[in-house]
Design a binder for this molecule. Structure first.
Ligand SMILES: Cc1cc2nc3c(=O)[nH]c(=O)nc-3n(C[C@H](O)[C@H](O)[C@H](O)COP(=O)(O)OP(=O)(O)OC[C@H]3O[C@@H](n4cnc5c(N)ncnc54)[C@H](O)[C@@H]3O)c2cc1C
Length: 391
């Protein structure tokens, strides 16, 4: 009997497991995940800003995977591709015939001095909770410290996570001010970005609308401002210091360090995959989600890593494992993006949607689109009950 091992219970891993389990294979299927729960990475910014609780964005993996899947809660420490073996932190090693590698993303600091030590990243439940606790402690402290830096927040980077976090935080601020008794006019929200434009993947009018929306709620954007160092209380851009006691580090992500540590041919812990999502020289391994780099066949450029593409990849990877076991040819991965949505708090957003035509949405309609996409994602990973419970 063949053994299929899936690493990581994120969007890619959970979807791959669901597809494999329903394929009626005579095979052993194993899922290895660090935590007993799946977390919705696309909502981590809400946890970090305190507009959502952990229970809103997580569900128990063992309660939703089909009975023919064995779940191992452990941490992968190394993958030996030559020996077809996965090493774990606590348990013994696991051998595999087929591997679906979906170990996901980590924060990228680009080697900037002090970023890792002094910036709060938002990459999993623990880091998002730590960011929220740090922020709330600083706001609470202001009453006794009268240190204005306790009310200053600097967000590094202006990509999706930064903007979505700022939207949630700006929404929550008036309530936090009431709760902790600090003056709103002393709060400063700075967003520092090296590039000349905020959210360049959106149409200029839409991104301008998003920027204005956040500026009206107190966010100050600093574009063309490369970060050169992060200290415990300031973000430096050459000689200019943006001081704050809460520094959020959301400049970008890379793949899991396990990829870099395990001798893959990688760049920023991502591996360029073949058109069937396997990797060169290893037809038994499919690499999907944020650890993979997928060239768009139309222009040769890599697709951005998203939950949307991770779920689509999982369908192809699972089908290709089944085809390989059955001695059939694998199929090419074809991706049709459904569009891009960026929330600006719970009640607004901007979106470019590619469903039944091209739609440019802003305000509450975009926020609704985001909720539908999140719901659909949970439905694809788990079941209707889980989707309704995670509301
Ligand atoms: C705040 C935020 C908002 C986002 N919004 C959107 C959005 O609106 N739309 C969109 O499409 N994308 C969005 N993204 C991107 C999206 O979340 C990622 O592309 C997606 O999560 C990648 O899925 P994945 O399954 O590859 O990895 P992950 O979701 O990172 O899952 C990896 C899994 O592997 C587990 N794991 C990691 N290391 C180990 C180990 N060593 N051993 C065992 N298990 C391990 C983790 O615990 C996790 O369960 C957002 C990301 C963030 C941070």
């Amino acid at each position: 009997m063949k053994k299929i091992v899936v690493l990581g219970g994120g969007y890619a891993g959970m979807r791959a497991i669901k597809k494999l389990a329903h394929a009626k294979l005579d095979a052993e299927i194993v899922l290895v995940n660090k935590n007993p729960y799946h977390y919705e990475s696309t909502q981590l910014h809400q946890l970090a800003a305190g507009t959502r609780e952990v229970s809103d964005i997580t569900f128990d993996v063992r309660q939703v995977v089909p009975k023919n899947v064995k779940v191992i809660i452990d941490e992968v420490t190394h993958i030996d591709q030559k020996a077809n073996r996965v090493d774990l932190k606590n348990g013994g090693p696991i051998n595999y015939d087929y591997l679906v590698n979906c170990l996901g993303f980590e924060s990228e600091t680009f080697g900037i001095k002090g970023a890792e030590e002094n910036g709060l990243s938002i990459v999993d439940v623990n880091t998002a909770e730590a960011a929220r606790d740090h922020l709330e402690a600083a706001f609470k402290r202001y009453r006794t410290s009268h240190d204005e830096n306790d009310l200053h927040v600097v967000v590094c980077g202006a990509g999706f996570t930064s903007i979505e976090y700022l939207g949630e935080l700006a929404f929550r601020l008036p309530r936090l001010a009431k709760e902790y008794g600090f003056p709103m006019d002393k709060v400063r929200l700075d967003c520092i970005e090296a590039a000349p434009r905020i959210l360049p993947m959106f149409d200029q009018k839409l991104s301008n609308w998003g920027v204005r929306y956040l500026e009206k709620r107190g966010v100050v954007f600093h574009t063309n401002t490369p970060i050169t160092e992060v200290t415990p209380n300031a973000v430096m851009s050459n000689d200019t210091a943006y001081t704050a006691n809460t520094i959020i580090w959301t400049t970008g992500v890379k793949g899991s360090h396990i990829i870099g540590d395990s001798d893959y041919d990688q760049k920023r812990n991502r591996v360029v995959v073949k058109d069937d999502l396997s990797i060169e020289g290893h037809p038994e391994e499919f690499l999907i989600g944020d650890v993979s780099a997928v060239p768009n066949p139309n222009n040769g450029r890599l697709y951005p890593t998203t939950a949307q593409i991770s779920i689509a990849q999982a369908d192809t990877a699972a089908a290709n494992v089944v085809a390989s076991i059955n001695g059939q040819p694998t199929r090419k991965f074809v991706f049709k993006p459904l569009g891009t949505v960026c929330s600006l708090g719970p009640n607004a957003g901007i979106a470019m949607v590619e469903v039944f035509g091209h739609w440019k949405l802003k305000g509450v309609l975009a926020a609704i689109a985001k909720v539908f996409i999140a719901d659909e994602a949970v439905l694809k990973l788990a079941n209707l009950k889980t989707m309704l419970e995670s509301k």
